[in-house]
Design a protein around this ligand. Structure first.
Ligand code: DER
Length: 235
């Protein structure tokens, strides 16, 4: 079983919870992509009807359009029945790090408007606690004086051995620009960032910061696909 097989297994399992007539948040990334494919397939087969998709990125929007999934947005559907999305890290309390695909802001807007949010991952994403790994913690910032924002973020988390870098797009050295016209600063911590809500408030209090990649208390269930099989955890 490849990692992509595991992602597909988790995604297809989650789509079993999509019922006809639902408003469904469509996630972003290589795992969520399988869920979007599966929803489109079931619609084409007539096994699902009257689904409205709310995409979490332009990439997912384009994928859904090409697959014929009817789409709308949060203005028309302020409450979403079910969102299915991937994650970069998941802790035992279903807190997440997301955003390594760059879509964290729209993902968090959609997921925080969802009655149910199923996270789909392969087992490699499971961690003891988020923000403690060597992987990036993305923060979306306005482009204006981004380096000032980077320096303020790094100094706020100096105790956690924080370094930050502006996310670049491809290898052209230009700054990556999100769907919302913002930049992303990737933060790396040597030591645990401690209380997640406190860290979240610290980040969001900074003027110029738009959103961060910690999804605290948003997921309602988790589907993990591993070589030993599937684990489902519901809050
Ligand atoms: O960017 C994102 O938030 C994605 O959902 C990411 O966290 C998961 O992407 P993956 O399924 O490709 O690992």
């Amino acid at each position: 079983l490849t990692q992509d097989d595991l992602k597909k297994i988790a995604a297809y399992k989650a789509v079993e919870h999509v019922k006809s007539g639902m408003v469904v948040g469509l996630g972003t990334g290589s795992t969520a992509k399988h869920a979007v494919d599966r929803i489109a397939y079931l619609l084409q087969q007539g096994k699902l009807k009257d689904i409205v998709g709310i995409p979490t990125s332009s990439i997912t929007h384009n994928q859904a359009v090409s697959l014929g999934i009817p789409l709308s947005d949060l203005d028309s559907h302020p409450v979403i029945d079910l969102t299915i999305d991937g994650a970069d890290e998941v802790d035992p309390n279903l807190n997440l790090v997301k955003g390594r695909g760059g879509s964290l802001l729209r993902e968090k807007m959609v997921e925080s408007a969802s009655k149910k949010f199923i996270v789909i991952v392969d087992e490699s994403k499971m961690v003891k606690h988020i923000g403690g790994s060597k992987l990036a913690m993305p923060v979306e910032v306005i482009p204006f004086c981004w380096n000032h924002s980077l320096n303020r973020l790094v100094s706020l988390f100096a105790d956690s051995g924080c370094v930050g870098e502006l996310r670049k797009s491809g290898n052209c050295g230009k700054a990556y620009v999100t769907d919302n016209g913002n930049y992303i600063i990737d933060l790396y911590f040597e030591r645990d960032i401690g209380d997640l809500n406190k860290a979240s408030d610290t980040i969001l209090r900074l003027p110029g910061i738009v959103e961060h990649g910690m999804f605290i208390g948003l997921a309602t269930s988790l589907i993990v696909a591993g070589v030993e099989g599937i684990t489902v955890k519901t809050k």
